[in-house]
Design a protein around this ligand. Structure first.
Ligand SMILES: NC(=O)c1ccc[n+]([C@@H]2O[C@H](COP(=O)([O-])OP(=O)(O)OC[C@H]3O[C@@H](n4cnc5c(N)ncnc54)[C@H](OP(=O)(O)O)[C@@H]3O)[C@@H](O)[C@H]2O)c1
Length: 252
């Protein structure tokens, strides 16, 4: 199959293209630096010619509310219109566990919600993969919660996942029939967000201190204990956080 991966040069997208190519598909990386821009529409008609499936793992360059909403509204609108014109049979997108709940207060998640709603209303058969936070993103969560030397995080559950396992789930979704719905994927272990951050900083001998604060915001949103955890029936991946850390510290 010809499978076009929008955001195919990013963290998840580059791994998805590699997996699809290794499985014998024509996996095509599409991103601004390969000449495809879903905001301007440049290169979209050409790259979708003959495509069976489109995987969208792009991301907004800005997480600020207006910019992120504008990105996902314009990008997804242009994409599904071009898919309809090209006769694409399946649209696969990557979004985040808890998006609906987080979207009430968080601008970035309001943008992801817009993306999901446009896909569901598009008429193109679709699958939305809802993943929990990537192991690679935990540093980003800590940095976003830092003021000076203090990291304020809520004592809530988190069940993060290796990006390689997310990429494998997205690639599998691309070659399976459309769900016309959402499937959750998460890592094998549940942690408490503040405790995980404390352990990560200690391991790195990072001098910042983590203050446990139930009112701390996560990308602008208050968290309940289970906001970041997957629903019943989620697919759980195998890579444990400590094993991922070992591999990340000792690249082959
Ligand atoms: N971080 C997490 O923990 C997490 C958890 C669950 C789900 N997700 C979702 O996973 C998705 C992918 O995340 P990621 O970390 O792999 O992203 P990433 O590494 O930042 O990659 C983003 C990709 O989007 C491309 N892109 C940006 N603007 C574009 C445009 N106008 N047209 C076409 N492509 C464009 C980028 O291309 P250039 O590099 O050329 O700009 C890049 O290839 C996101 O939608 C995010 O919401 C993330």
């Amino acid at each position: 199959m010809k499978i076009v991966v929008i955001g195919g040069t990013g963290l998840i997208g580059s791994q998805v293209v590699r997996l699809l190519t290794a499985a014998g598909h024509d996996g095509v990386a599409a991103a601004p630096n390969t000449g495809v821009d879903t905001i301007t529409g440049a290169g979209l008609t050409q790259v979708l010619t003959g495509a069976d499936v489109v995987v969208d793992v792009s991301n907004s360059p800005s997480f600020e509310r207006d910019a992120a909403v504008e990105f996902f509204r314009t990008s997804t609108g242009n994409l599904v219109a071009a898919e309809q014109a090209a006769g694409v049979a399946h649209h696969v997108a990557l979004s985040v566990v808890g998006t609906g709940e987080l979207a009430v207060e968080s601008g970035y998640f309001a943008a992801k919600q817009v993306q999901e709603e446009l896909i569901a209303a598009s008429g193109v058969p679709y699958s939305i993969v809802h993943a929990t936070q990537f192991y690679e993103f935990i540093t980003g969560i800590i940095n976003a919660a830092t003021a000076g030397t203090v990291v304020r995080l809520a004592p809530v559950d988190i069940q993060p996942i290796a990006s390689a396992d997310v990429a494998a789930a997205v690639a599998a979704a691309a070659v399976e029939p459309p769900l016309n719905g959402i499937g959750d994927i998460a890592g094998p272990q549940r942690f408490r967000l503040d405790e995980l951050a404390r352990a990560v900083l200690a391991e790195r001998q990072d001098p910042r201190t983590v203050h446990t604060d139930p009112t701390a915001l996560y990308w602008g949103a208050h968290l309940q204990t289970d906001t970041l955890t997957p629903g019943a029936g989620a697919t759980l991946s195998e890579t444990r956080f400590a094993d991922w850390q070992l591999a990340a510290a000792n690249p082959r």
